[in-house]
Design a protein around this ligand. Structure first.
Ligand code: CA
Ligand code: CA
Ligand code: CA
Ligand code: CA
Length: 482
């Protein structure tokens, strides 16, 4: 079956560009989302990125910046370039094109960026709802790019009709022009205690406290229940702003897991462009060293700055590390405590690094140095661009996936920006006792294919497509525009 699907997928992307190497990005302006069932993954070795259980590919109108949600038998794909979200129902072996979408939702205006993020959330009625962000939403002509988040009822497991943005049961808009609410969007398990999930969104260019400092709102289910269906972010009290000019707080968000052991999920907010003193030089802030804020008590609150609200602030590395570009949580050493991995793709002159804090160390409170650090290999590879934790082999322990989408495995133009995903299977070994496996290429399993501009690892999505214990993956690749 695998050989068959590989032939299909390679057949689709088979037309070769005349352009080779640096400067050919425009030739690869389309995208393909490749589904890999967890149960089909090998335990070790190198696995070509193009081998897939199923795929969805688009043309240049859909652009290359897709966002994907995985549900049982369903892939939901947001393509902000054409301001559309599509629902697909691929069978194993299928290589679908965008024309084969069963359902669609189109944004309010074609120049919007509707579909920038798509995430599924449990609805109050037991159905699953769909949240869609549009950071380029402009409310009026003179308030451009406030951004917005929409909620659609009951279609989180797919749909078969054509819907419009106005069919949403809720639209929340950003507070400041140019702030771009919906730059990131995630769902949190219940925090406020009513049994319903929350969601969290960022406006990374928000100017409320300082220019481009960013703002994050936590939309608690209890608060949302008393709001109108058209509201602004300022209707909600649980939100935080960056304090420093240009820190872009909310570039990454996470609220999936409890880190301090009180049973309530905790909030992590990345600000990769934040300036921060390094350990070596504790006086002078280093440009874009990056920070991650951890907030434990994120229940109903009042608007505050992140610096004041954070219980812990993480930061490792020098100027331009972009620490906090990516964040993942989960128990990767099987001790029952959730662990934290933070990507710094700019570290070591864009080689990139991922720093890991064990749950035990976080609960101890001394987080100045990480428990363990994994390093990229190639200059410019940007290891840590994506960081993801999901149990893909179904053994009950979280597995760590790290993308380095700008890796060039041969150093020639033909493999420029081919990219790589390094996969570290979680094991019942304490993180501080991990062996010297510190380089991206020491990972037991790697996904890579030597093909220019594929950018394997630029975005990693997980979810349960086939309903077994192992989580399934979707990797997003750039492909040639046709
Ligand atoms: Ca709740
Ligand atoms: Ca907690
Ligand atoms: Ca752990
Ligand atoms: Ca596992």
């Amino acid at each position: 079956m695998r050989a068959f699907t590989t032939a299909l997928i390679l057949g689709f992307a088979g037309c070769e560009s005349d352009c080779v190497g640096v400067g050919c990005l425009d030739d690869f302006g389309a995208a393909s989302a490749l589904l890999h069932l967890g149960a089909t993954l090998p335990e070790s070795g190198e696995f070509p990125g193009s081998e897939a259980s199923a795929s969805v590919s688009g043309d240049i109108f859909l652009g290359a910046q897709w966002h994907v949600a995985i549900r049982p038998g369903v892939l939901i794909v947001g393509t902000s370039a054409d301001s559309t979200v599509r629902s697909f129902k691929p069978l194993i072996g299928d290589a679908l094109t965008e024309q084969q979408a069963e359902g669609r939702i189109v944004g309010e205006q074609s120049e919007d960026g509707f579909g920038h993020r798509v995430v599924v959330i449990d609805g109050p009625d037991g159905e699953r709802d769909l949240l869609i962000s549009d950071p380029k939403k402009s409310l009026t002509a003179d308030t451009s790019h406030n951004g917005a988040v929409y909620r659609f009822q009951g279609i989180g497991d797919g749909w078969t009709t054509r819907l419009q943005a106005k069919d949403a049961v809720m639209r929340m808009s950003g507070e400041s022009p140019g702030g771009r609410l919906g730059s990131a969007l995630v769902v949190c398990p219940d925090i406020d205690g009513d049994g319903l999930s929350e969601w969290m969104a960022s406006a990374t260019r928000d100017n409320t406290t300082a220019s481009m400092a960013g703002q994050v709102v936590l939309a608690l289910s209890a608060d949302m229940a008393v709001q109108s269906d058209q509201l602004g972010i300022d209707a909600l009290d649980t939100r935080w702003t960056g304090l420093d000019i240009g820190e872009a707080a909310g570039s990454s968000l996470s609220c999936r897991h409890d880190l301090n052991g009180d049973g309530t999920p905790d909030v992590l907010i990345g600000a990769p462009y934040a300036d921060r003193p390094t350990i070596e030089d504790d006086e002078t802030p280093q440009d874009a060293a990056g920070k991650v804020y951890l907030i434990y008590d994120s229940g109903p609150g009042t608007p505050d700055t992140l610096s004041a609200a954070a219980d812990l602030t993480f930061g490792v590395g020098d100027a331009n590390s972009w620490f906090g570009w990516s964040i993942a949580t989960g128990d990767i050493d099987g001790d029952g405590l959730n662990d934290l991995a933070i990507g710094a793709p700019g570290a070591e002159s864009t080689v990139g690094a991922v720093h890991i804090w064990s749950g035990a160390q976080i609960q101890g409170g001394d987080i100045a140095a990480p428990t363990h650090t994994l390093l990229g290999v190639e200059s410019g590879g940007r290891f840590g661009w994506s960081t993801h934790i999901a149990d893909i082999n179904g053994d009950g322990i979280g597995d760590l996936l790290i993308g380095a989408p700008y890796v060039n495995p041969t150093g020639t133009g033909a493999t420029y920006d081919a990219g790589r995903v390094s996969i570290y299977f979680g094991s019942a070994v304490a993180i501080e006792d991990w062996t010297e496996t510190q380089l991206a290429t020491d990972a037991p399993l790697m996904f890579t294919e030597p093909k220019q501009y594929l950018r394997t690892g630029q975005r990693i999505f997980s979810g349960d497509f086939d309903g077994d214990a192992a989580m399934d993956l979707v990797f997003l690749h750039r492909i040639q525009a046709n």
